[in-house]
Ligand binder design. Sequence first.
Ligand code: F6R
Length: 243
Amino acid sequence: MKLIITKNYEELSRAAAEEFAKVINKNPNAVLGLATGGSPVGMYKELIKMYQNNEVDFSKVTTINLDEYVGLNPEHEQSYRYFMNENLFKHVNIDIQKTFVPNGLAEDLEKECSEYDKKIQELGGVDIQLLGVGNNGHIAFNEPDDELSVGTNVITLTQDTIEANARFFENIEDVPRKAVSMGLGGIMKAKKIVLIASGESKAEAIKGLFSGKISTDNPASMLQMHRDVIVIVDKEAAKLIEK
Ligand code: F6R
């Protein structure tokens, strides 16, 4: 795993955006695996700037997102579809028909999960996958548990995650309790992975990423088995890594 420790969030965002721009410029038809939440907002801003400066062209890319809350419609301000439209898609020349986010309103969620996996396969897998990480080590919404799913699955969020995500909602009661999330298999099959984390609350999870041990208690620790991972963290998130 390659580790980049940056001075601050801006530098982290720029470094992550550059990794994505490199892949797109090499392969304009690239499949981008995307994430939501607080961490990628700066990186998406950088990509928009690069697009405006003609440094990157999204016209041929396809995107596939990691997850979506169950029960939120795409127009809901906290749905991940809405987040992607607002934070990236509507600012660049992407073909919206080629952007995929799980449907959290699907009547048959199990079917939605298997179709999402089929979609990933049809696309030929993900060329570059962006990941944030939960304070508890979750990646996508794969929460620490005795067993982790390989395929896309419906996940019950832990209290930890509900509390962490409550900052985006008016009340903690409004945070959906379930999400559809790509599984560990889908993530690990990506050709390249870029994980970003900022702030001290992520330090423990990042420590687990460099522990030399794999544990389902820290799903992110699984990434140690992948051959091409770049971890980009600020000084605070890197605090517990021994160098
Ligand atoms: C979001 C996702 C989550 C977040 C994680 C960190 O699509 O998959 O795993 O990356 O919860 O969230 P932030 O960036 O808000 O700290």
